[in-house]
Design a protein around this ligand. Structure first.
Ligand code: FES
Length: 179
């Protein structure tokens, strides 16, 4: 009799212990995802890729010189909505009446922001001296960057300039989107 009730007690204990363990796993998964979202500004802004209105054509004179624009996005996570905040920047260059080229300002070597140098008609990364041409391609073979600057999709809608903003993995020869 006593043996039977001991066995029953052990079964009860095991049932309760597995329920607690499974409950813990189910609870931890959304918490882990929430922490990741909270730590990544683009995730907070609603995903890795965002289509955003950046400026109007009037702000981009047809002189071949790129202009730098901050990318501002509204942010939200599972719990809160945040005011709009900068999540990156792009260089926009007018290439025709209705055409614009966009480059992410992030250097693909290690993530510093590149500067445009009008006298050299190209971009320069101050961190480790990578040099890029006006179209973003590597201009100096000694540049440590494994690829050229990342071009982004642009849509000109009337006079509005919309950019599909996305960051890509640094340190890789391939253009791999950051999810
Ligand atoms: S981060 Fe640009 S060259 Fe290293």
């Amino acid at each position: 009799m006593k043996q039977e009730s001991d066995a029953e007690g052990r079964r009860d204990f095991l049932k309760k212990a597995s329920a607690v363990a499974i409950g813990g796993i189910i609870t931890m998964a959304p918490i882990a995802a929430g922490v990741r979202v909270a730590l990544d500004p683009l995730k907070r802004a609603g995903g890795g890729k965002q289509r955003l209105k950046v400026t109007n054509l009037e702000s981009l004179p047809n002189d071949g010189i790129p202009r730098k624009f901050a990318i501002i996005a509204s942010r939200s996570d599972a719990w809160n909505r945040y005011p709009e905040a900068p999540v990156g920047a792009v260089y926009l260059r007018r290439t025709g009446e209705q055409t614009v080229e966009a480059l992410n300002v992030v250097c693909p070597h290690a993530g510093c922001f590149v500067d445009f140098r009008p006298e050299k008609k190209g971009y320069f990364c101050p961190c480790h001296n990578s040099v890029f041409a006006m179209d973003g391609k590597i201009a100096d073979p000694k540049s440590p960057s494994p690829r050229g600057l990342d071009e982004l999709k642009v849509e000109v809608n009337g006079s509005e300039v919309w950019v599909e903003f996305q960051n890509f993995r640094t340190g890789s020869a391939e253009k791999i989107p950051v999810a």
